[in-house]
Write a protein that binds this ligand. Structure first.
Ligand code: UDX
Ligand code: ADP
Length: 495
């Protein structure tokens, strides 16, 4: 079995950075170099302020940075030196050309393969870590075969990463499984064993699953599609709950106790976000269409449609409750990242909710504990969100450093990310500072236990998947089905 002394990871993002930091910590005899074209990102990895926020990451990095973990922009040297190369670059949804809005753009993966072909010699194991469409490793293999300049021999493996942001370090240190796909030839099997030996430093062998390359690639897409499907399923039920009087929390609990269904990933919400779910489901849809399986494509497309519907429906509920107009009203939006414990905003539902409210002329005062002001403005200025009117964002959006400031004189408070700190806010203080009637829209159901208290304070509370009997004399319009459908369909945006 080939001895691995040096690992190179191309791409120092949300996947490559944490994954290779944990590998370095767990394998002290291996030198791990993470490289990236983005100089600022590498500088940040080498500083006190890591470029991504992830609980526990700082400690892992500090324990081995400069010892056997290195961050560098010298991509070529790292490729030449390495025995094993992870490709962990981004694979965004294509924004133009064939497959626009659905297919994954593999240009960054291809660039890596070409660079490896140009520089590498001897034997290398090349591993696709990024989530890729099925058969992408075949493309890497063909590029390597066709362009190798030096005497390079190689094996290409698929080793998709299943970490979730916010829990990346725990997921990496204690994974449900590690999946390795490779060639069925003896050389392919040998390469699988070599990669497996790295994970065996800390992962029990029975959790390391080996398959052929295509199964591994498809399993990653299928796993994300199944998870996204569960969220869309419970979100579709939440719509039903809001008009029937059932409570989606109770329904989720009741069905989740059936061990065949299980209780995880059944939290109704403002819709799933993140860089993976939408991208991977769309990728699956595209693959099915390309392979002439339209019924399968339509089936998975519905997961996306329900997610878009959930976002529109939530925004429509806000507008409907605020007497059918939010024009020039101040709305506090708490939470901008796509989930708690991350500063990542990619495909965050907050972006879309903000868009729908901006479309109606609302003034948004946004607070998130980990998302920087520039990021909020950049996300909302994207042409598909700002309707090609970047001034609209400057006119309508204020990013606040404090949740109380965001709520001051607001008509409504909208929770769209489930940050723990939002459960601990001083709601009496917030109520006093808000305009009356003061509304809370709990898009994450994090205030479930506080509803009675909030109503006693005087708030009108609206929550996903539950019809709450309001104590104040006027009624709010809970049946927004017409408004939901009138909302424009969500346009596709950047990765
Ligand atoms: C996901 C997969 O979980 C992970 O295995 C894969 O490697 C990458 O994609 P991630 O996107 O980081 O991870 O976070 P995840 O915890 O899956 O949440 C995705 C979105 O779904 C978030 O917006 C989250 O708030 C939402 N969600 C999750 C719900 O709305 N309800 C749930 O019950 C669970
Ligand atoms: P992910 O969430 O999949 O990790 P990110 O966007 O966070 O995606 O990270 C991907 C990283 O890959 C980025 O920092 C980007 O600069 C880097 N990258 C993309 N193409 C290349 C390349 N050809 N060489 C080196 N780094 C690259």
């Amino acid at each position: 079995m080939a001895q691995i002394r040096k690992i190179c990871c191309i791409g120092a993002g949300y996947v490559g950075g944490p994954t290779c930091s944990v590998i370095a910590q767990m394998c002290p005899e291996i030198a791990v170099t993470v490289v990236d074209v983005n100089e600022d990102r590498i500088k940040a990895w080498n500083s006190e302020n890591l470029p991504i926020f992830e609980p526990g990451l700082q400690e892992v990095v500090e324990s081995c940075r400069g010892v056997n973990l290195f961050f560098s922009t010298d991509i070529d040297a790292a490729i030449v030196d390495a025995d094993l190369i992870f490709i962990s670059v981004n694979t965004p949804t294509k924004t133009f050309g064939i497959g626009k809005g659905r297919a994954a753009d593999l240009k960054y993966i291809e660039a890596c393969a070409r660079r490896i072909a140009d520089l590498a010699s001897g034997f290398k194991i090349v591993i696709e870590k990024s989530t890729v469409p099925v058969r992408a490793s075949e493309s890497i293999r063909r590029i390597l075969t066709a362009n190798t300049k030096c005497s390079l021999s190689f094996q290409v493996l698929s080793n998709p990463e299943f970490l979730a942001e916010g829990t990346a370090i725990t997921d990496l240190k204690n994974p449900d499984r590690v999946l390795i796909g490779g060639d069925e030839t003896p050389e392919g099997q040998q390469a699988i064993k070599t990669l497996s030996s790295i994970y065996e430093h800390w992962v029990p062998k029975n959790k390391i699953i080996t398959t052929n390359t295509w199964s591994s690639e498809l399993s990653k897409l299928a796993a994300n599609a199944f998870l996204a499907q569960r969220i869309s399923s419970i979100n579709s039920i939440s719509a039903l709950c809001e008009v029937t009087g059932a409570d989606v929390g109770e329904v989720a609990h009741a069905i989740g106790t059936d061990c065949r269904i299980g209780n995880k990933f059944l939290k109704a919400s403002v819709g799933f976000g993140g860089s993976c779910f939408q991208k991977d489901v769309l990728n699956l849809v595209y693959l099915c269409e390309a392979l002439n399986l339209p019924e399968v494509a339509n089936y998975w497309q519905q997961v996306i449609e329900i997610n878009n519907y959930q976002r529109r429906r939530f925004a429509a509920r806000i507008i409907g409750s605020l007497f059918n107009t939010v024009t020039d009203k101040k709305i506090a939006l708490l939470g901008f990242s796509f989930k708690k414990d991350t500063g990542d905003t990619r495909e965050s539902s907050s972006i879309y909710i903000s868009k729908y409210l901006m479309d109606e002329g609302a003034h948004l005062h946004i607070f998130d504990p980990k998302v920087k002001k520039e990021q909020v403005i950049q996300d909302l200025s994207h042409p598909s969100i700002s309707e090609d009117d970047p001034d609209r964002v400057l006119r309508l959006v204020t990013v606040c450093a404090d949740p109380y400031e965001a709520c001051n004189k607001a008509h409504a408070l909208v929770i769209s990310t489930e940050w723990d700190m939002f459960k601990e806010l001083d709601y009496e203080r917030i109520y006093k500072a808000m305009l009356k009637p003061a509304f809370i829209f709990d898009g994450r159901r994090i205030l479930d236990d506080l509803h009675a208290k909030l109503q006693n304070i005087g708030f009108q509370v609206e929550t996903i998947g539950k019809k709450i009997s309001q104590r104040l004399p006027f009624t709010t319009n809970h049946n927004h089905s017409k408004v939901d459908r009138q909302f424009p369909p969500t346009k596709k945006m950047k990765n």
